[in-house]
Design a protein around this ligand. Structure first.
Ligand SMILES: [Zn+2]
Length: 184
């Protein structure tokens, strides 16, 4: 990777939306960001080296590397250690794919939110205030408008706040997709 590219990747890593997407890829494990830093610093490295550098257990590093690999943000080379006859892996960052990965994730998220919004808009809901459970109109009819949990009467559920919230999230993501300089 060229110096310019690495610089751009560091800038991207400071973008809140990019961080959010990576956080999602790491399934909430913040140590993933440290693994990325080591990968960028070394260019090519082993699991053992990363573990040593960060003072973390090998299986923690491995899990994070596999998550990055699933997202196509690292690649590996496998080689056989002639002495031990074991296979070893060398990992290299392919973070130049980050804009593509972020864009893809955001598009997936938009699709998901649009489906949720459709569902909210096209359905009427009821809920049990005591159990805090929500039902669609069809479900409520099936239960005779009484809660299957406590037998209480179901009330109409106003989802307009939920719809507004979904619309705001969609608007934000669509604007990011259009205007975020890293996603061009
Ligand atoms: Zn109930």
């Amino acid at each position: 990777m060229g110096e310019k590219k690495v610089e751009m990747i560091y800038e991207m890593l400071n973008d809140p939306l990019v961080q959010e997407v990576l956080f999602n890829i790491f399934e909430g494990d913040e140590k993933g960001f440290e693994v990325i830093e080591v990968l960028l610093e070394k260019g090519e490295t082993t699991e053992e080296e990363i573990a040593k550098e960060l003072g973390l257990k090998l299986n923690v590093i491995r899990k994070l590397l596999y998550k990055l690999y699933d997202a196509r943000l690292v690649d590996y080379k496998r080689w056989k250690d002639e002495e031990t006859n074991w296979y070893s892996y060398t990992w290299l960052p392919t973070l130049e794919k980050l804009p593509y990965v972020v864009k893809k994730k955001i598009k997936e998220l938009i699709k998901d939110l649009e489906e949720k919004l459709e569902f909210e808009k096209n359905n009427m809901f009821f809920f049990c205030p005591k159990c805090n459970v929500r039902f669609t109109f069809e479900e409520a009819v099936d239960y005779g408008f009484t809660c299957p949990g406590c037998g209480g009467m179901l009330k109409e559920f106003d989802n307009s706040e939920l719809i507004k919230d979904l619309e705001e999230q969609l608007k934000f993501l669509k604007e990011e997709l259009k205007n975020n300089p890293f996603l061009k």
